[in-house]
Design a protein around this ligand. Structure first.
Ligand SMILES: C[S@@+](CC[C@H](N)C(=O)[O-])C[C@H]1O[C@@H](n2cnc3c(N)ncnc32)[C@H](O)[C@@H]1O
Length: 220
């Protein structure tokens, strides 16, 4: 089976039916546990920059983090390329939302303190596109950038790779070693400060939240 192109994979979110059902992922006990692990990792990541006055959430999707981030006393802006996802996000919070492409954010340089990008990079197999997204996050964030990745050093990813190698899965997951993630960030002008695994020990965590700062940004 052919691997779906990134553009096609990301376009599914323009379907209102997909957007309307997006939150089902976090329903149920296991979805809620995953959500609270993500929020705990984000809490730790955001704390490393000190108090932030403004946060960009791109892509904000159906507003998974919109209310949670905007209730932290920061100026929140959610950006997403899919209008139906923004419609869902609007139902959850009154904070500013905008349509925009993460590869060309409609923001000036250093417009926000911290830029957050969650649940996107594992969908992007084209290295140039991941670089374009990271460069934009680095450009608009004054102090910090927080992005989640699938990490190769995990049991779940190892198992998915093994299944793909013997033909039991269509393709290997888009997961990276921490060294590869660091190189990718450096190429985009970002210095990695920390990796926040969602579970401990680290090998139980397929997701990792990467905490970085734009090169030249001062520590808090
Ligand atoms: C899996 S959802 C993640 C959304 C949210 N961060 C979350 O954790 O639920 C991926 C989102 O990326 C958006 N997206 C895809 N390509 C984009 C692009 N080039 N610029 C901005 N948003 C994009 C999609 O519309 C979709 O809402």
């Amino acid at each position: 089976m052919a691997i779906q192109r990134d553009e096609d994979k990301l376009a599914i979110y323009r379907d209102p039916a997909v957007a309307a059902r997006y939150d089902e992922r976090w329903a149920g006990a296991s979805g809620q546990r995953r959500e609270s692990r993500m929020r705990a990792a984000l809490e730790r990541a955001l704390a490393s920059f000190g108090p932030a006055a403004s946060v960009l959430d791109a892509p904000c999707g159906a507003g998974r983090l919109s209310a949670w981030l905007s209730e932290r006393g920061v100026r929140y802006l959610g950006v997403d390329a899919a209008f139906p996802m923004l419609v869902e996000a609007r139902r959850k919070c009154a904070a500013p939302l905008a349509a925009g492409d993460l590869a060309r954010l409609p923001l000036r340089d250093g417009a926000v303190d911290v830029a957050v990008c969650i649940r996107l990079m594992h969908l992007v197999r084209e290295v140039q596109l991941r670089h374009a997204f990271l460069r934009e996050l680095a450009r608009v964030a004054r102090r910090g950038v927080v992005v989640d990745y699938l990490q190769a050093e995990s049991l779940k990813v190892w198992y998915a790779n093994a299944r793909s190698a013997v033909g039991l899965r269509d393709h290997a997951p888009s997961a990276f070693t921490r060294d590869a993630i660091r190189s990718e960030f450096e190429a985009a002008g970002l210095e990695v400060l920390a990796f926040e695994a969602l579970r401990r020990p680290n090998w139980l965590s397929d997701k990792v939240v990467v905490v970085a700062r734009p090169r030249g940004a001062r520590s808090s």
